[in-house]
Write a protein that binds this ligand. Structure first.
Ligand code: FO1
Length: 324
């Protein structure tokens, strides 16, 4: 089976890990491939290096090197370089980069500087983490440099801050007036992105943030049209359980765009291409947009087998819809 999944954040990476576990334990899925279209709106240049958090969390989570409790960054990490940068008074101090993580950012920045595309760089990093051997292709949503910036007003009038400053330093506690993706006006889908959507047997939307992860990927010219046009069923997993994000600040992001923090409201953001929608048992009675097949089941990814069950249910719903 050819699976294509959009992904961002920790929830997306953990879902994908469950998807691979489900494929590994399901004989009739042997040989399946997974193409991940990763959000690059979180990307930031720090200390002269290009950091791609949503790409890196997929690499580390699927590659077995992620800091499990955080869901981002490396396990068994040290912070000697970041500490020395602090001693040298080099900002920012609110975004902690570990020594092994610096290796990723130095290699990526070196290769980008040599003229490789972000896609080519990502393929090299994916090789290091053994993703091709798992049948996984990781594509950035675009090779064009983009960054999500957040317009906030703390009393001195509106100003834009980088998404990471809003998310990490401000903990999304300052209301976002709107999100602006710098560079998106020049962005085109990375090679293989549209093809992966068009030729998939099923397209999955993991429980990633619908505004600053999935929503940003949908903003890449051509992606939404490909999702509308693909013959593959598109099945999403709600990032909310009983109106609350399982982690992160999806509720703050939704309120910024005037969308209620409910599974049904999130589904309306995808209504023009969504075929199936998984909601938690606690949201089973929500009224769903017409034409979307809903399945209620536990959605907490408490461990890898639980994530595998959720991914399996999404694949099964896609198969049932394809048979429709
Ligand atoms: N998230 C934090 O809350 N605090 C951090 O200091 C932090 C550092 C960091 C370094 C590298 C990286 O790839 C991710 C990092 N994140 C950190 C997570 C980052 O904010 C992600 O963009 C979010 O988790 C949303 O995807």
């Amino acid at each position: 089976m050819r699976v294509t999944a959009l992904s961002g954040g920790v929830g997306g990476a953990r879902f994908l890990r469950g998807l691979l576990a489900h494929i590994d334990r399901t004989p009739e899925l042997a040989g399946s491939t997974v193409t991940v279209i990763g959000n690059t709106g979180d990307d930031i240049t720090l200390f002269g290096l290009r950091v791609c958090p949503d790409i890196d969390t997929v690499l580390y989570t699927l590659g077995g090197g992620v800091h499990e409790a955080q869901g981002w960054g490396r396990s068994d990490e040290t912070y000697a370089v970041h500490g020395e940068l602090g001693a040298l008074g080099v900002p920012p101090d609110w975004f902690s980069l570990g020594d092994k993580d610096f290796g990723t950012h130095i290699a990526r920045s070196l290769w980008l500087g040599q003229g490789l595309s972000l896609s080519q760089v990502t393929a090299r990093l994916a090789q290091r983490w053994g993703l091709p051997d798992r049948g996984v292709t990781l594509l950035p949503m675009t090779d064009t440099p983009v960054e999500t910036h957040v317009v906030v007003d703390e009393g001195e009038g509106p100003r834009a801050v980088h998404f990471q400053e809003w998310w990490v330093r401000m903990r999304a506690a300052v209301p976002a007036e709107r999100f602006v993706v710098a560079g998106m006006d020049r962005a085109t889908p990375a090679p293989g992105v549209l093809d992966a959507i068009r030729t998939a047997d099923v397209v999955l939307l993991p429980p990633s943030n619908p505004v600053v992860s999935i929503g940003i990927i949908l903003g890449v010219p051509g992606v939404r049209d490909a999702l509308r046009g693909t013959r593959a069923p598109v099945v999403g997993v709600s990032p909310l359980v009983s109106g609350r994000p399982v982690r992160g600040h999806a509720d703050a992001c939704l309120s910024a765009i005037g969308i209620p923090a409910t599974s049904a409201a999130v589904a309306t953001l995808y209504a023009d291409f969504l075929d199936g929608w998984l909601v938690d048992d606690s949201d089973a009675d929500v009224a769903m947009p017409d034409g979307v097949r809903t399945l209620a089941r536990p959605l907490l990814m408490t461990d890898i087998p639980a994530a595998a069950d959720i991914a399996g249910a999404a694949l099964d719903l896609g198969r049932d819809l394809r048979g429709r």
